[in-house]
Design a protein around this ligand. Sequence first.
Ligand code: FRU
Length: 541
Amino acid sequence: TSVDNETYGGFEESRPLIHATPPKGWMNDPNGLWYDASEELYHMYYQYSPNETYWSLPIVWGHKTSKNLTVWDDAGIAMAPTDNTTGFYSGSVVVDYNNTSGFFNSTTDPRQRAVAIFTYNTPEAEVQCVAYSLDGGYTFIQYESNPVLSNNSTQFRDPKVIWHEESQKWIMTIAKTQEYKVSIYSSSDLKDWTLESEVEKVGVLGYQYECPGLARISLPNVTLASGSSNMTVPYPSTYSNGTATPTDAWVMFISVNPGAPNGGSFVQYFIGDFNGTTFTPFTEQTQTLDDGEDYYALQTFFNSADNSTLGVAWASNWKYAQSVDTYPWKSSMSLVRKFTLDYFQANPESKILSLKSEPCVDYDVFDLNAGTLYTLNNATDDFMHAKITTNSSQGLLEFNMTWSVNASAYDNSEAADLSLYLRGNQFDDEYLWLGYIANAGAFYLDRGNTGSPFTATCPLFNTRTAVNVQPCEYVSDEITTYKVRGIVDRNIIELYFNDGAQVSTNTFFFMDGDYIETCELKVNKMGVFSIDEFSFRQLAL
Ligand code: FRU
C-alpha cells in the first residue's frame, strides 16, 4: 500500500502515548516542574494557547500530572492572566517547606507549599511575579504585591528558582535575552530579590538566550589527579566551599533560539562551580544537551522522589513548530530524563566531563508480553537483511542495538554501513531510515520518507540529521563498540547512544494512524560490523 495524501488528517491517532501533549491547542516550554512528596505525584505545567494550534496570546499555564513519569494525566489550566493581550510566560515552581514566603499556614502540608515564579509578559514589559497554591498545585493565587522583580525591559524572562543549601537562600537564574546574560538573583522570601552576579556571553549566543537554569549534580565517583593532562575539562582541586574532594558540580543550562548548530532551537550547558553568588564554568566549551532537531527550553524538576536531577524539554523547534500539521493539538514534551555527570570518552586520549541522559520510563505500565525479542539469523559475511514485525502496533516501541566495527576490515573508500528501516503498518512507503556509517563515524536519521503534507512542503524542516557517535568501548586497536537505544512514540523518536552519553530527539510525521510496526536491519558488510545485541519490541499500553 502506498500513501494517499487525501487520507492525511493528523488527528488524534498520531498523538504520542508517553510524551505529554495538550488536550487541544498549542504547547511550548515545560514550566514549574515539581514533585509532591505527600501525594507521590509529579507536576508539569506548560506554556499553553488553548484556543489556537499556534503560539498566541493569552498564554496560560496548562497542567499535567503523573505518578510514574511515563503516563501523564491532564489537569486543566492552573493559572491564566485576566488580560488577553498578555501572557504568563515561562517560570518555575518551588516547594516552600519552611514557609519563607509567609503565604502558608499549618493547614497546607509543607510538602505541598507550591510557589510559582514566572514572567508576566505585557506589550510594555516583562516582569516577574509569584503565585502560590493552597490545593497542591491545581490552582494558584496571585500575590497581591506583584510584580516582585522588574527591570524596565521587554526582554527579561524565564525565572528558574532553586534552593541553595549553604547560603540558605533561594537562587533565581533569569535571562536578559538580548544582552546574552543570565542574571543570578537571591532571596530569602521569594519576594525580595537581590542581584548577585551575571553570566555573560558564554557559548553560542544565537539571537537570544532563553530559559536558563542551574542544577547541582553529583560528580562521578572516580579519582582523578588534579590538572591531569588527559582531562579536557579542568578539574579544580578545591571548590568554593573549601572541600578538597568535591562531590558535586553545578550545571548551567541555556536555551538559544534561533542560532542552534543544526538551525533553530537548542539547549547548551556549562559545567562549573556555584558558590551562592557566582557561577564559574570549568571551561569555555559549549556542550550540547541533545543533538537532535527537537529539544528546547529544558527545565529541571525542583525535587524528585529520590533526589535525582530530572528534566523535561519541549520536543519541537521554533523553526517549524507552528507549521506541523497535527490537529487539534500541537507539540509534545520530551520524555523525562535523569541527568548524571560522567566522563565522556571523546577520543582515545581524552575524557570530557559531561551530562548523561537516561529516559525515565516505568516499564510496569506496559504489557511487555506483546513484545518481540529478536535473534540474529541469515547473516552472511557480506550482507545481512532481517525483518521483524510486532503484532498490532500502537506506535510505541523500543529497540536496542550494540554493534562493533572492525577498522581493519575496511578502508575509507568502501561503503560500510548498517541501516534500520522502521516502517508503518499501513503504508510501507512510510519509514524512518537510520543507521551508522563507519567511515564517517556518524549515526544518521532520515525522517523525510513520510506522507504528511508538512514533511513534503515545510522548507524549514530538516529531514536529515546525524550525530557523531564515539565508541562506548575500545575493545582493541581495531575494534570499537557502540550502542543505541531507541524509543519511538508515534511521531517522536528519542535515540540514546552509549547509555545516554549522547542523545538525539526528533519528531516525524507519518500519515494518521500509520504506526511503526516493522524493523528491517540491513548490514553492509558483515565483515566490518558485528551485531552484538539487537532487540525490537512493542511497549503495549
Ligand atoms: C521559549 C520562550 C520563553 C518564553 C516563552 C513564551 O520558548 O520564548 O522565553 O517565556 O517561550 O511562550
